[in-house]
Write a new protein. Structure first.
Length: 193
């Protein structure tokens, strides 16, 4: 399900990702489709890898790097899954974990995956990344109006993401519209897990 919302002049797309359920259930509070799964955390980690890899695979930088550098910052229960290289659907890449205030986030990273950070830390980090050709993906919480390009929402057995089109435009990155299909495709089985 696709839903566009305008918040303070910023267009945000809500995209629901169904998680292998024969009968989807409509969640009235969010107007998106949430579906239960019995596969557990391993399946959820595989889906996070799939979504993040799909987002990275549909992005183009002003100067396309031969190898992407994905940087993770903040606490994330999916850190290990994202450190496994390669991510399905993503171009060749390497991953590393950095503190939220590391200058390397601005100079060495093509994409920054933001886990849980205190609000002042997250605000400062996102403000430093706005307008740069760095793809940002925030793991949890709130709407995607803080300048982050993609915001994942992981609730129990459902994953959705938002795209902040204003932030994408200011970043100089190009996002292939086929990214919208990523939530509707099944993740590939994880290798060696």
């Amino acid at each position: 399900m696709l839903k566009a919302v305008a918040l303070h002049g910023i267009v945000v797309l809500h995209i629901a990702m169904a998680l292998a359920c024969p009968e989807p259930v409509l969640a009235a509070a969010s107007s998106t489709i949430d579906t239960p799964t019995s596969a557990g955390a391993t399946s959820l980690s595989a889906r996070i890898r799939h979504v993040v890899g799909g987002i990275l695979g549909h992005a183009r930088w002003p100067r396309q790097p031969e190898h992407l550098q994905l940087c993770l910052t903040g606490a994330s229960r999916y850190e290990q899954a994202l450190m496994d290289v390669p991510l399905p659907g993503a171009p060749p890449m390497a991953s590393q974990t950095l503190p939220f205030d590391s200058p390397q986030l601005l100079t060495q990273c093509h994409a920054v995956y933001i886990g849980t950070l205190a609000t002042p830390q997250r605000t400062r980090l996102v403000a430093s990344l706005v307008g740069r050709p760095i793809l940002t993906i925030r793991e949890q919480g709130g709407t995607c109006v803080d300048g982050t390009l993609f915001c994942l929402h992981i609730r129990d057995d459902a994953i959705f993401f938002e795209i902040n089109l204003d932030s994408v435009a200011r970043s100089g990155l190009r996002i292939d519209p086929r990214v919208l299909a990523v939530p509707h495709t099944d993740p590939l089985p994880a290798q060696g897990h």
